[in-house]
Each structure stands twice: as C-alpha cells, then as structure tokens.
Design a protein around this ligand. Structure first.
Ligand code: HAM
Length: 425
C-alpha cells in the first residue's frame, strides 16, 4: 500500500515553496517597518492552555484539536492557533518586565481537525501579530492597518474589511441576555449547533452559516445599544483613527469570531472571490486572556492571516507571485576525465556566491545542454577537449547565444565583473 499525506495537509513543492518564502519575506519586511519582532513557540503545548485560552465552548476546543498523551501521560495539543501560546510565553518569560508595548510576530503551521475543503486544511500556515501591554485604540488601529497594507502591497483586490466591537464581560452579559430573549421563541427553528450554543455562547448565533438561522437573526438586538461607556468610547476612537488613515472599513454587528477571548474590537478581512472560506485574516483585542491563563491583567490585541488563502485569492484574480528560478551557471563536461576540473570550477563559483550546478554522471553534450535549459541557466561553462588541454574553458551566454573562450583561472573573476556591472545598472 502506498502511503499518502494525511487528509487536509499539503506538500509544498518548488516553485510553490519559493513563493511561500517570498510572501514570508514580504511579511518580515513589513514587520520591520511596523517594529514587530519574531517569537517562536513550540508546535505543541499543554492542552489546558487552549482549553482555557481559546475557550472550552469553542468549536476549536470541542471538535478540532489534535490532542495526544505523550510517553509521560501528559496531555498535549498541536497548536490550533498561536495567540494563547504567545500569551503563555509573555507570562512565562516575564515579558511584562520589558518596556511596553511588546510587539511580536510569528509564522508557522497550525493544526485543526476541520472538514477539508478549498482554502480549509488540517495543517495550515498562519502569520500573526500580537501587541501586548496597550489598551489604546491606536494599537487596534495599527494591527488593522498592518493587515490592510499587506494585502494592498500584494495587489489583492476586492477586499472587504469588517469591524465590530464585542464589548467586555461587563456589557456583554446584558447583551447575551437580550440575545437569548430574542432567539428563545425561535429555538425550535434553529439548527442543532445554534440550539447548542444558545445557553453557552449566544453571540455565535449571529454568525451561523445556515441561511435559515441567519434570516432569523436579522432583527436581533445589536451590541452597539449595549456597549458600556468604556467599550463605546474605545470603538468610536478606533473608527476615528481608521478614518484618519483612510482605511475603508464596514461595520458588521454580526461578526463575533470563533474564539472566546475577544473583548472590544473584532475584525476580519474577506476576499469575496475565494468562495466559502473567504476570511483571509481575522483578529481583535483580548484584554482578558493573559489573566485567564495565569498572568496579571494585561491589555492585548492581534491578528492572524492564513498563508494558503493568499495564494487562493491571488489565483482567483489571475495573479501569481514572481519568483526567480534557475541557476546562474551550469557546468558541462565533455567526458568523465574532465569531471575533476568541472567540479573544482563549480566549487570556486559557489565559493564566490554564484548559484552553480553540474551534471554528476556521464551524459552526452546534447543532454547536458538540455539540462542547462531546463535549469534556466544564465551561462553554461563547457569544460574539456582541446580547450582544457590549453587550460581554458568555453563560457556561453545562454540568452544571447554568444560564447567566449577564457583561461580557467579567469572565469570566476570574469563572471564577478559581469555581475558587478549589471548590479550597478
Ligand atoms: P482565526 O480567525 O481562527 O484567528 O484564524 C486566522 C486566519 O487563519 C483565518 O482568517 C484564515 O485565513 C486562516 N485559517 C484558519 N483556519 C484555517 C484552516 N483550517 N485552513 C486554512 N486557513 C485557516 C486566529 O487564529 C486568532 N489566533 C487570530 C488572532 C491573533 N487574534 C488575536 N490575535
């Protein structure tokens, strides 16, 4: 039996893997511009972290975690997201002792046992920002601005930025009651998961995917009538800041997000063209999470984006990421006797910083030329025959189909001169 990759996972092969690297590079550059530094946390954590952090009532904790016992009978879970782990690391490494805010980013695989479909995987990759130690709306605005700017720079079109406030534990209690009063007469008509959530998490009834439940919720009370003074002022100031930076947001009172830790701001960016899994990123403020997992009360805000969904969005609009491919020099040897000279030159070129490759075995000149074409070599270096006896080799510019004969000892310096002069152009 052939062994295949687990359902909902991907092999990223060249050139896709280079495109991912190019995206990550862009994200890292933007992090430098916005002054965020990288954090790397373990791929697995104590299960309790996610139960308490993400929330016991969430789909993630109830149905989607990869949880296992290790040899020491500890319950561990492959991280379904990175916010809870970043908070754990903030507490454990006493990052609260540093000047605040602490601004971190991460990139890496996350794991959720979801039903795989286009844009939804069981192992997927997230990039995220977490900003700890500021309760100011300007911090929320910065996170949203980062996300928006990134997609603008990538040229992704038709994006929809939706924002909401989900209040704080003080004002949310009254809102939950109002929602329960509204939905109670419709309970029998709601889907199974809405009925399940009615007691535990009535806010989630607002964003049910079923059209029927959605329609029932159309006239539900809106959170804006329930926000306390502090949450209301925070939301108003956030909108003022987003307006000041001309960020084109829409208010969406039904957007509540699938993780329990949010307070005040919640936001998502959607790319309509990519179908059902249209959220390219999401995030918000989570002022209670650090305390929930054992730290001192610390305000925080962040977001995460799905790397795979960037490609789906680009593909849907007929675009792609350009990556440079091919080697600079491919070495061709006339016969096996020339291999040591070819190998020496290949190594000299690599030592000088050129990407260089060669045929390892004995193939005809024609087959080696074909290999050079396949590798999109800018130059081929042909070693052997009378030239090698004279201490020379033939350097061929593949684009121009021109070639010159050079002393073997001058080849590296010759190519360096060409490279330096084209760098200056
Ligand atoms: P999330 O909305 O669960 O938030 O995930 C963020 C993004 O990850 C989604 O918008 C989507 O692009 C991508 N994503 C999620 N699940 C999958 C999947 N199964 N397959 C492919 N892509 C997926 C969080 O994870 C929060 N930790 C974000 C956050 C950070 N909030 C505050 N700080």
């Amino acid at each position: 039996m052939n062994i295949s990759k687990p359902r909902g996972t991907n092999d990223f092969l060249p050139p896709e893997s280079s495109k991912i690297l190019a995206i990550e590079q862009k994200l890292r550059e933007l992090c430098a511009i916005y002054n965020y530094q990288e954090i790397r946390t373990p791929i697995f954590e104590d299960t309790e972290l996610f139960v308490r952090g993400v929330g016991n009532a969430t789909d993630i904790v109830q149905k989607e975690m990869y949880t296992f016992l290790d040899q020491g009978e500890r319950s561990l879970t492959l991280r379904p997201e990175n916010t809870a782990a970043a908070c754990r690391a903030y507490i454990e490494n006493k990052l609260y002792g540093l000047a605040q805010p602490v601004k971190l980013f991460y990139i890496g695989p996350m794991f959720r046992y979801e039903r795989p479909q286009a844009g939804r995987f069981r192992q997927f990759h997230q990039f995220g920002l977490e900003l700890f130690g500021s309760a100011e709306p300007a911090a929320d605005a910065e996170i949203i601005s980062f996300a928006w700017r990134f997609y603008q720079q990538l040229g992704i079109r038709d994006l929809n930025l939706r924002i909401n406030s989900v209040g704080c534990p003080n004002c949310r209690a009254a809102y939950k009651r109002a929602l329960q009063d509204y939905f109670r007469p419709h309970l029998a008509a709601l889907c199974g998961s809405c009925r399940d959530r009615f007691e535990r998490n009535p806010l989630r009834l607002l964003d049910c995917k079923s059209q029927h439940c959605h329609d029932i919720g159309n006239n539900a009370p809106q959170i804006y009538d329930y926000l306390c003074g502090d949450c209301s002022a925070h939301f108003a100031q956030l909108k003022t800041l987003l307006d000041a930076a001309s960020l084109p947001y829409a208010l969406d009172w039904r957007m509540v997000r699938g993780l329990d830790y949010y307070t005040k701001t919640a936001f998502e960016i959607e790319a309509k063209q990519i179908g059902a899994q249209s959220a390219v990123c999401g995030g918000g403020r989570y002022d209670g999470l650090i305390e929930e997992i054992g730290g001192a009360p610390t305000p925080a805000v962040g977001f995460a984006l799905g790397i795979e969904r960037i490609f789906t969005a680009l593909k849907a609009q007929g675009d792609d990421i350009d990556v440079e491919q091919g080697v600079e020099v491919f070495l061709i040897s006339h016969d096996n006797d020339c291999k040591p000279a070819a190998f020496r030159l290949c190594e000299q070129l690599r030592a000088a910083g050129f990407s260089a490759d060669m045929e390892y075995g004995s193939k005809s000149l024609k087959a080696q030329m074909k290999a050079a074409d396949r590798m999109q070599a800018a130059y081929t270096l042909i070693i052997g025959g009378d030239e090698l006896l004279r201490g020379e080799a033939v350097l061929r510019n593949m684009d121009k189909s021109e070639q010159i004969t050079l002393p073997v000892d001058n080849i590296v310096s010759h190519l360096l001169r060409i490279k330096n002069s084209s760098d200056k152009e």
